[in-house]
Design a protein around this ligand. Sequence first.
Ligand code: ZN
Length: 274
Amino acid sequence: MRKAVWTAITWPVVLVAALAGCGGARARPAAPPDVRGKTLLAVFAHADDEIYVAPILARYAREGARVYLAIATDGARGGAPHATIPLGEALAAARAQEAACATRELGIEKPILLGFGDGALGAIVGPPNADLERLASKVRETIATVKPDAILTWGPEGAYGHPDHRLVSSVVMQVVQAGGPPLFSPGLRADDIIRGKNLLLEQQSPVAERLLGVRVGFDAADLERAKRAFRCHRSQFDSQMTERILDGMQRAWNGVILLQPWFGAPAGEGVLGR
Ligand SMILES: [Zn+2]
């Protein structure tokens, strides 16, 4: 009799505790960190390079972070066979408009255009490395102005080895390792490159999975914004190539962008708000 009473009283208590406690917590995914008031800065070489992280730029902006995109070169020499815009100032102006279009579509701040010569970051100038020192100074100024909580830039491979990409990576890393916020670079594993096979990704240098310690997911709306942003870069790709690249990137990402943390930046989920 006494045992029966104990059971009748205790079971509902145990059940409620299980539902409200760890059982309930397991059923609910953890809420994403609050990134409102945080700032993310992406630094790349050319207008259109942002495609490598575009869905997560859109995601962080959607979640309330301030997101900036700095573009090192003016893109004046990046002509494409289908485009009729003359190289030089006209193309630089077109690419500035395309960058503005892309940032609008992503829902992020207006682009920060650093205006360096396209394809010329590694030019031999006097004094030696003067252009790279000027770029380092511009990156420092940009960091001082926007005060990012995290920075995204190329890894040393520059995605597919473009010298401007490599040099932007080198300069941003130089600046951040002297004292700066957590730094991350997007990378694709060999399997991602195979899965996303297209003309662009075939030339991509893979990054070992163990180095890609940061994951940032994105939703369908973020992906759609990234696609609309990439379609802004009409001077670079015809519509067929644009869709081919987007299809390849989408398959390579598979819903998550992987990043390599640098200089002791934390591994785990996300780059802001942890
Ligand atoms: Zn580029």
